[in-house]
Design a protein around this ligand. Structure first.
Ligand code: ADP
Length: 479
């Protein structure tokens, strides 16, 4: 079913078995069946990967930026040529609908194209000191060996969003993909090698012992950077570990996005946006709309229309062309979604559509709309990561902003209104790193993606994304 996909570790440009000989299973979320077994990297493999990345670091940093950019550009071309096969692979190991997987391949590849262009823009500064005594010269240098840790929800895009800027900046990397979805990461490694990226510049280390292998690397003095995407819970652990050797960190953590609809909004546009913000990737996105706040006068109509669109979605195996919503990635994820919905229903919410987990096989959960959700319900506090839209009403702009900000997270918010001044005012008042104003999708490789509060530190994409992998060196000069 899989065709040919590498399943060993990728270290120093070679496919190598785990030193322990151990392997782990990768499952098809639509059936729970094993689709592949992958080498299970250990701490000693992690050190081999750091050896390889460290040995390649000086050569890659000295490679002309244009040459680094051209390798990334070639990787974009290869991903684009192989988009269908890559989408099938993503869909197979992650479960997402093929249409979502195709969207991900385009998005993921675009990080290579964008950072191919950014590779030549590591601009510095020359100026005269205010005293006139000397010149200030600022040069940008690659931060060094980077450890990249990625989640399973966008197995290609979360990898390229880190590898693209790291390579553009002249850094070498060790990617530790999520163990639910290592195959796509290994496919990315093969593409980068084919695109001409030298041995050791990109290493991929699937492992079931994430804590141990990442901890080992963060305590190796040759590692200078950690870029992590995943839960806030794991992010906190990694920040503490990174502190031991004062490792530079970029953290993309959890979200709890509010989706605010004012009565003056274009209702059709708000529904279109809601479907994208909620259902892209089946709701398994840190940017997913997690809480819908709808102004009282339109809340009934909005809920009814959203429920009718949600219930019309075709649920099935991700790899089936007709499917619009695939299964969730694993049992834990579907059990969490089910628990949050049950909790909300027990404390007085109603399911306008969905709300009941079907019998197996596979990790399915139906598109669900809940109304009458209590303000303190866990479903409004935690990242749902599934196809469930809880709706709460509000009476005034101030109340909408207060509700939107009532969370420790601050990744993204969505605001729908026909009044531009209000839209900008509310966008400024909401504590989030990103706002979709009359738009349900914010992700764009050309824009800085990231959160405030406990949603993270740093930005990915845009020019900021490159700067995360560069250090500024200041040289005070008399000439
Ligand atoms: P998600 O479930 O959304 O993937 P996690 O935060 O659980 O989010 O995992 C994100 C990534 O972090 C995965 O690659 C996972 O294997 C890895 N990971 C999980 N726990 C740890 C840990 N204690 N130390 C290092 N990496 C971890």
């Amino acid at each position: 079913m899989l065709g040919f996909v590498e399943t060993e570790l990728f270290i120093g440009g070679k496919w190598v078995p785990a030193s322990s000989g151990n392997r782990f299973d990768v499952l098809d979320p639509a059936t729970g069946d094993v689709i592949a077994t992958v080498a299970d990297g250990s701490e000693s493999d992690a050190i081999s990967a750091v050896d390889a990345a460290s040995a390649a670091a000086a050569g890659w940093a000295a490679t002309p930026p244009r040459v680094r950019g051209e390798a990334l550009r070639r990787a974009w071309e290869l991903m684009t040529e192989r988009a269908d096969a890559l989408a099938k692979l993503i869909s197979l190991e992650n479960g997402k609908a093929l249409t979502d997987a195709k969207g991900e391949v385009t998005y993921a590849a675009e990080f290579f194209r964008w950072f191919a262009e950014e590779a030549v823009r590591g601009d510095g500064l020359v100026t005269t000191a205010p005293s006139g005594a000397n010149r200030i010269v600022v040069v940008r240098q690659p931060v060094g060996v980077c450890v990249l840790v990625t989640p399973w929800n966008f197995p290609a895009a979360m990898a390229t969003r880190k590898i693209g800027p790291a390579l553009a900046a002249g850094c070498t990397v060790i990617l530790k993909p999520a163990s639910d979805t290592p195959l796509t990461a290994l496919a990315m490694a093969a593409i980068l090698a084919e695109a001409g990226v030298p041995d050791g510049v990109v290493n991929v280390l699937p492992s079931r012992s994430s804590g141990k292998v990442v901890g080992k690397m963060l305590h190796d003095p040759r590692v200078r950077k950690l870029s992590f995407t995943g839960s806030t819970e794991v992010g906190r652990i990694l920040l503490a570990q990174a502190a031991d050797q004062v490792v530079n960190t970029s953290m993309e953590l959890g979200g709890n996005a509010p989706f605010v609809v004012f009565a003056d909004a274009d209702l059709d546009a708000a529904l279109d946006g809601a479907m994208i913000a909620k259902m892209r990737n089946g709701g398994e996105a840190c940017t997913a709309a997690n809480r819908f706040y709808v102004e009282e006068s339109i809340a009934g109509e909005f809920s009814r229309l959203l429920a009718s669109r949600m219930s019309a979605l075709v649920v099935g195996p991700g790899t089936d062309e007709k499917t619009q919503v695939g299964p969730l990635v694993n049992e834990d994820t579907v059990a969490k979604v089910d628990g949050l919905v049950r909790g909300a229903l027990e404390s007085g919410a109603s399911a306008v559509t969905g709300g009941t987990r079907p019998d197996g096989p596979g990790f399915y959960y139906p598109p669900t709309v809940l109304t009458g959700v209590a303000a303190d319900a866990p479903i409004l506090r935690e990242e749902i990561f599934g196809p469930v839209a809880p709706i709460v009403t509000f009476g005034s702009e101030q109340e909408a902003v207060r509700l939107a900000n009532d969370t420790e997270f601050g990744l993204v918010a969505y605001v729908y209104t026909g009044d531009l001044a209000r839209g900008l005012r509310v966008s400024e008042a909401i504590e989030a790193g990103m706002v979709g104003l009359n738009r349900g999708l914010v992700s764009d490789p050309a824009a800085p993606f990231g959160g405030v509060k406990q949603s993270g530190i740093g930005r990915e994409g845009g020019h900021e994304g490159l700067l995360e992998y560069l250090e500024s060196k200041y040289i005070a000069v008399n000439w």
